[in-house]
Design a protein around this ligand. Structure first.
Ligand code: PEP
Ligand code: MG
Length: 752
């Protein structure tokens, strides 16, 4: 019976025999094209291989002129073969010469052949070659024949992934070998150089032909069940609600994982003799080709979701962990992830991670908070970088400006190597200052504390030699949790913070949620202007159950210790009094139960809302200490959104306006004998810190990494001279004193 394929299983058996032979690769390919041609009853069978990412070369043929082998080439996109490689999709034509893409190649003698069936050969989901069968007569190849050729193309990938083949065609690649520069968004600053580790590792299928189809079907069934369980769990424990972008991705996972059509397609691929893994990949290649052609961008995005899910299924089938966190990491790993939760980052051995790249996720993502605490540079909004990288690729990221250099050339590597060395030398200098007292040249002591919020921050207290924790942002722990932390968990957490701090003071800030700091498990009111809405203490007083629970936990954790607690976002004396009453009630409750509670409680306020400036004489006698939150204070004073990068250059905290407001607070606190500190980001920059001590602040709290540079500045400054310099300037109407302060620092050899 002519034109009747023998069926893929027989074909696969024959191919297996050829592949098991120890002949050189060319001989095996020659044999393979013969077997395929015989099997699908075709006069021609040819294999084209992609070289240098752009050119397809005829590698073996049965039926075309043998002298064309290794001579005939075409560009990706050129002719029928080139367009199959470009579109990653098969072509089944009864009259090939009539197709608009047909290009005549005289050296092959293919003009004799009318019908044409070409199939892409994939490696890691990307076309690396094309398998073609041709016949003299005009005929349309049947679905069965398409399937047989498709399965064969899949199996050919097995030879193509062998190291022997790689050596033989050393320039064969799948496109991911060139240097590339990618401009993304800076999320956590710092420079990192290292090697790509995919957070969700790709499984490279190397075993395509099954020994036992029944057992492959069974393996698939088990893996699908496990996959559905994993997706359900992800949805249940997701930190995002269904309405978010991430929620949408998870719902797409669920839809595909439960889609009978998807599973049936994989099953029928297995029935042709493939392993379960090869079946998943084959179906994935088909879906990808179809979805990528869609003009609907929503559908194309869903393709990434399906890729993720298929990869997850492959990892389940091969028994690999779902993330690289528990795998053997190279020393300088740069983790590349589509998205990542904060807890997932904490799963990694932070000593081995140099940097993090996220396709989704910006500066405010929760994983960024954790990365910042771990001092790991992060670049976000990195497009579809996962498709561009290969595991182990050399990569450099600059978290300050969002630059990614993938597979960088030597000049780029050298330039960044120098930057990193320079940074390391500076760090070594700062480390030497750790136990040096923070005193100006003329003998004034300035207290330097760190801002913290997570357990991973605590080692910085000892590392940096800071005097204490000037701001403990308690909400961070709530933000990275999957549900509202219960009383016991909170007690445990605050106790460990106090224990880790030892004799050094810790200033806890009561929950500061709302605006950009939302808790994923808490329903949020829809507000036109969340930064001016239900946030900070306002929110806590409106829903006192959360604050009450937190205060109880803090009182217990600080048993027989000094508890420093401050309230964020205080707008008036009345708000402070209400918060204080809540504490007093809880202390009373404790005492009435005969429990001891803290040995001392100091209550403070944050100055963040400008309105409180006009009530300082009323509120200062009531509080034990004050801390200025310069981030929010500047945001509200200038009415300039702190998260809007476009406004960053518009108003300067080194303007006389801002410094005048701050020095007014300094004077008032000093008149009332109330200790004052400043804990916004302003104190983290040495120049700004210099201005702060210049207007009279004697305590500042900052990011741990800033303690060294700020202390270096303090050790080299003469305070009295600085104060004499700044005082008249604060009265001037210029937009910023930055240039003058820079000039002062330069002229007085002040180190930064
Ligand atoms: C501030 O506003 O300056 C501050 C320290 O609080 P946060 O940055 O957490 O809002
Ligand atoms: Mg604030």
């Amino acid at each position: 019976m002519p034109h009747r394929a023998l069926g893929p299983r027989v074909l696969l058996r024959q191919l297996r025999e050829v592949m098991a032979r120890s002949e050189v690769v060319q001989d095996r390919l020659d044999k393979i094209v013969e077997i395929i041609a015989a099997n699908v009853v075709a006069e021609v069978c040819s294999i084209y291989v992609l070289r240098d990412s752009e050119k397809l070369e005829l590698f073996a043929t049965k039926g075309l002129k043998p002298e064309a082998v290794h001579k005939t080439t075409m560009k990706v996109g050129e002719g029928l073969v080139g367009s199959i490689a470009r579109d990653a999709e098969l072509l089944n034509l009864s009259q090939a010469q009539k197709h608009p893409f047909f290009k005549y190649m005289p050296e092959t003698g293919e003009e004799l052949f009318q019908s044409f069936l070409g199939m892409p050969i994939f490696k890691n989901g990307k076309p690396i070659g094309v398998l073609v069968v041709q016949n003299e007569t005009q005929r349309h190849y049947s679905i069965e024949e398409e399937e047989a050729v498709q399965t064969t193309a899949m199996v050919l990938a097995e030879i193509f992934t062998s190291s022997e083949m790689d050596e033989w065609i050393s320039s064969t690649d799948n496109g991911n070998t060139r240097s590339q520069f990618i401009q993304a968004k800076g999320v956590v600053s710092g420079i990192a150089m290292g090697h790509v580790v995919l957070h969700e590792p790709r499984v490279v299928v190397t075993h395509f032909m099954a020994d036992d189809t029944e057992s492959e079907r069974h393996r698939l069934g088990e893996a699908i069940l496990s996959l559905r369980g994993q997706v359900d769990l992800m949805i249940r424990t997701s930190e995002f609600s269904g309405a978010s972008e991430h929620g949408e991705v998870l719902e797409t996972y669920r839809m595909f994982a439960n889609d009978r059509g998807w599973v049936e397609k994989i099953e029928s691929a297995i029935d042709t003799g493939l392993t379960a893994e090869a079946g998943v990949e084959l179906v994935q290649n088909e879906y990808r080709a179809r979805l990528m052609k869609s003009s609907d961008s929503y559908l194309r995005e869903r393709m990434t979701d399906l890729d993720d899910l298929a990869n997850r299924l492959l990892r389940t089938l091969t028994g690999r962990a779902q993330t690289a966190a528990h795998e053997d990491l190279p020393d300088a790993s740069i983790i590349v992830a589509r998205t990542m939760g904060p807890a997932e980052l904490l799963d990694y051995d932070s000593a081995k991670i140099r940097g993090l790249i996220l396709e989704d996720g910006g500066a405010n993502s929760h994983v960024a908070i954790v990365a910042r605490a771990l001092d790991i540079p992060v670049v976000g909004e990195a497009g579809t970088i996962i498709g561009l990288v290969e595991p182990q690729d050399a990569i450099i990221i600059d978290g300050a400006n969002g630059e990614i250099h993938l597979r960088p050339g030597t000049e780029i590597q050298d330039a960044y190597g120098e930057k990193i060395k320079f940074y390391a030398r500076k760090q070594a200098r700062y480390a030497q200052l750790r136990n040096v007292d923070s005193i100006t040249r003329d003998g004034h002591e300035i207290s330097l504390s760190i801002n913290a919020g997570l357990m991973v921050d605590l080692p910085h207290l000892a590392d940096s030699g800071a005097d204490g924790i000037g701001l403990f942002r308690t909400e961070l722990q709530f933000m990275i949790a999957r549900s509202f932390p219960r009383f016991d968990a909170q007690v445990k957490f605050y106790s460990s913070v106090l224990e880790a701090a030892g004799d050094k003071p810790v200033v806890f800030r009561s929950l500061d949620i709302g605006s950009d700091k939302m808790l994923p498990y808490l329903s949020k009111p829809v507000e036109e202007n969340p930064a001016l809405g239900w946030r900070g203490l306002r929110m806590s007083l409106a829903r006192p159950a959360f604050m009450t629970l937190q205060v109880r936990a803090l009182l217990k954790a600080a048993e027989n210790k000094h508890l420093n607690l401050m309230f964020p976002f205080i707008g008036s004396l009345e708000e402070y009094e209400e918060a204080r009453r809540l504490i007093e009630t809880e202390v009373f409750r404790l005492k009435s139960r005969g429990l001891s509670g803290p040995s001392k409680i100091s209550l403070g306020i944050m100055i963040e809302i400008p309105s409180i400036m006009w009530q300082l004489d009323d509120i200062l006698p009531e509080v034990d200490f004050v801390s200025i939150g310069s981030n929010d204070f500047a945001q509200y004073l200038f009415a300039a959104d702190r998260t809007n990068a476009g406004l960053a250059d518009r108003f300067d905290v080194l303007s006389p306006i801002f410094l005048r407001a701050l020095s007014q607070i300094v004077r008032k606190c000093s008149a009332h004998g109330v200790p004052l500190s400043l804990c916004g980001e302003m104190a983290s920059n040495p120049l700004e810190a210099m201005a702060l001590i210049g207007i009279g602040l004697t305590a500042i709290s900052m990011a741990p990494a800033s303690i060294g540079p700020v202390k270096e500045m303090i050790l080299s400054v003469e305070l009295a001279k600085l104060q004499r310099f700044i005082e008249p300037l604060v009265g001037t109407p210029t937009p910023s004193l930055r240039p003058q302060l820079h000039a002062f620092a330069r002229g007085n050899k002040i180190m930064f």
